[in-house]
Design a binder for this molecule. Structure first.
Ligand code: SF4
Length: 237
């Protein structure tokens, strides 16, 4: 893995999920106030579900009042409606938000529909639902990029941060994903995304090693506070 594959910054993102779906599960019209506020957006984020299988410690979902909210999925029909409204020169559609996209039963068709519209597609997932059949289905119309959230190569720390996750399941899923991609020469770029905080900063080097060992070509480091950024610079520059 080369150093330039370690990305500190998020791409420019136009957050749309909450406004497109709102918390009552009803689709909102993509009005100019959302899409055209920013001229020529390059990257739009679609939140295809408001449900999640985890309770990660750093997730804004921890502040939700669950009793008052309705959780729901975007349907393929909802997505087709949105797709018609997107600018044709939009570069990337990414599927993630405050929910796990693989919980949406239409996610494979949603990605395939976006691919059919010649958009670059990006799926961000916690990776825990990537069992064999899901991997096979997703690769029927491969996304441009799959990013898997993993905050530590250490089982205890990973499961401490990603509450409800199983480290062994994740690692097996990652291995299977990488193998399937290699075996069939799918063009999808696979990356690990690590949300770095004081709690797991010491794991960054081991995370790089983990990626090398498993032939994962990219590691995205996000959520780095300024003091962590300077710690990083002090240690590695
Ligand atoms: S997997 Fe993502 S959306 Fe779900 S709780 Fe964790 S950070 Fe939040």
């Amino acid at each position: 893995m080369q150093d330039n594959y370690i990305n500190f910054e998020r791409p420019e993102t136009l957050y749309s999920g909450e406004r497109v779906m709102e918390r009552n599960g009803k689709i909102q019209d993509l009005t100019p106030s959302l899409l055209f506020k920013r001229k020529n957006p390059q990257h739009i984020q679609i939140e295809t579900t408001t449900r999640c299988n985890l309770k990660c410690t750093m997730c804004p979902r921890q502040t939700y009042d669950y009793a008052r909210l309705k959780f729901d999925d975007m349907t393929l029909k909802d997505f087709e409606h949105i797709l018609k409204k997107l600018p044709k020169d939009l570069g990337t559609i990414s599927f993630h938000g405050l929910g796990e996209p693989l919980l949406n039963k239409d996610i494979v068709d949603i990605i395939a529909t976006a691919n059919g519209g010649h958009f670059n597609t990006l799926l961000v997932t916690n990776g825990l639902l990537f069992e064999h059949s899901m991997i096979t289905n997703i690769f029927q119309s491969p996304p441009g990029q799959i990013i898997i959230s993993m905050d530590s190569p250490d089982k205890f720390r990973y499961e401490q941060i990603r509450k409800g996750a199983n480290y062994n399941v994740l690692v097996n899923n990652i291995k299977e994903l990488i193998n399937e991609k290699a075996k069939n020469a799918y063009p999808t770029h696979i990356a690990i995304q690590m949300v770095v905080s004081e709690n797991n900063f010491s794991d960054v080097s081991n995370m790089i090693e983990f990626c090398r060992r498993h032939d994962i070509p990219s590691l995205n480091l996000v959520g780095i506070h300024s003091e962590i950024r300077s710690l990083w610079k002090k240690k590695y520059h």
